[in-house]
Design a protein around this ligand. Sequence first.
Ligand code: ADP
Ligand code: MG
Length: 697
Amino acid sequence: MRPPVLTPLFAGLNTLSGIGPKFLKLFAQLLGNDEPRFLDALFHLPHSVIDRRARPKLREVQPDTIVTVEVHIDKHKPAPPRGRAPHRVLAHDETNDIEFVFFGMPRERIEKMLPAGEKRFVSGKAILYDGRLQMTHPDRVVDEAGLAKLAAVEPVYPLTQGLSNAMLRRACTAASDRLPELPEWIDGAFLRAKRYDSFRLSMRRMHAPEEPSDVEALSIQRSRLAYDELLAHQLALALVRSDMKREPGRAHTANGRLQAKIEAALPFSLTQSQRRAVDEIKADLSSGERMLRLLQGDVGSGKTLVALLAAAHVIESGKQAVIMAPTEVLARQHHARIAPLAEAAGIRTEILTGRERGAPRNALLTDLANGSIQLLVGTHAVFQDDVAFADLALAVVDEQHRFGVHQRLALADKGEAADVLVMTATPIPRTLVLTYFGDMDVSELREKPAGRMPIETVAVALERLHEVVEAVRRAVDSGARAYWICPLVEESEEVDFAAAEERFAHLQELFGAQAGLVHGRMKAADKDEAMERFASGATPVLVATTVVEVGVDVPEATIIVIEHAERFGLAQLHQLRGRVGRGHEKSTCLLLYRAPPGPTAKRRLETMRETQDGFRIAEEDLALRGEGEILGTRQSGMPGFKIADASLHRDLLETARRDAALIVTNDPALKSARGEALRILLHLFEREDAVRLLDAG
Ligand code: ADP
Ligand code: MG
């Protein structure tokens, strides 16, 4: 059960005044939670600050810097009724004059904000225009009383279109106000050595920084929070591991009859790596020890087939298997691919997602419980309490980029000592495997299936967009299918992104009904439909946000255009590129970038051109990220983590891992005072399934 001290943080953000359904939707999107809570806002940390501490006299103002000046308002020069001239306000202090400039703002509002004859504090960026001091649209205008409340160091948050920084500040401040003082879970000696503040103080300094450096990636405060997150993750992993070890595994024997049937139905033969991985898995399944294995394989390396062959092994021994995908689209795709092979081997397979309802669902559950369904493919819907297996022996979790222990846990819960195979399409540098997955055995698919053509990768400056469009048009005219990837609609509005919808409108003008659109804000059913229309060739151009990144397989697609490629991280570019080159045709990846690219972006583009080896790209990605990207952008940080970053917090990670191991050895049931505090930590970072497991055991 969740510790009551945390209750206020788990309340919905909708309870905050001024957040109606429209804003709630935007928060949901930004915070990555359909029902955003104060907790989500709490962990939404600023990426930078606006420093309003400079309070110079007008004569000392440095042009092009943010200042807060104290001025006497002299006079208004309203905009003429027609034309584009702005409203000007003249003001002074004892050293100089300044002019405030407003475009398209109602006169009454400006007059009320800056009443002539009075004193005001005005904050914003001052410039020198024709030798005179000016400020266009000041950020803040306050009187004496307002000044006391003005944040001198103002946090700036990652935003989304339609949500202002002010809205974010309000939500995040409210969240940090709800954060109570919590018992300390960090080891005392470590805490003192690092001179960490409490969790609460550290968090409050993020949302109400005193110094600009407070929000920096390596500030004491942020490091502490990163450590907390790493510790929660490592502890959860260690608890799962120790729990799995406690229950002995079962040996599943099979002579390969089903595997042979499946292989006979394949139009190709297994790659060396696939064969090796299958053998490793079968050895685990046949042994009495419980399997906890990671199958790492680059996009298109053929993991699904390995999963099916693993399933066939336990099914042949009379038990059941489940394969779980992170999204509906992927679950359906896996199922569509698996079903004919399973049928050839006489394996009964069904699909279960949130969409299966009512009588068909009930019938499915019955057949699952009596064992007549041998292989279930699904989404997280398979976790629902009423989903029971007759004898689940193997759970395959296709995690793609989502690294969460809790899905593995919930699945393993459904079977008596079920063996667990986790698949990931993100090649993870060896050094990081432990971080994400704890102590797991690893199988790798390094080899690509035969017959794959290399993907030609070209970087093109955005100015040559029209040429790219023309090239795509010609290719489409001769029957090709092309992805057109735009950066997320939900990214920061500060940055000049080409929004998918805009680009879609543009491409639609050129391609008419041949262009389709798929993005994260669409309903699952609409997304599937858009994907299907692309797959069938009805809309051979698919404008998409990165939703297609996650494993979608349309072998006929041979072109992928990635707009603003310089904004994507290497790993993500690699994932995206992997959407093409899946068939037997030659494929092309066009990386459109805004010139000139920065040094990091340049190296990324070069790496993409040079190699298709996901493991090499992963290493390079880690190295580049270490060179300090802006926080809060999509490519920084580790997937699945909110604060910690593998490249920045590597030492903390090691400490957290060692600490977690110690904790599990010394206080396996988390019963000590520190253990109690650690339970709160697990809840705070939502790794509480590990706690549940403790108490059940
Ligand atoms: P991953 O999940 O690793 O990205 P998939 O399992 O989706 O890769 O496989 C990608 C494609 O390659 C599928 O169309 C699959 O049928 C095909 N495939 C898998 N193994 C082989 C192989 N050994 N030879 C040829 N094609 C293969
Ligand atoms: Mg796959």
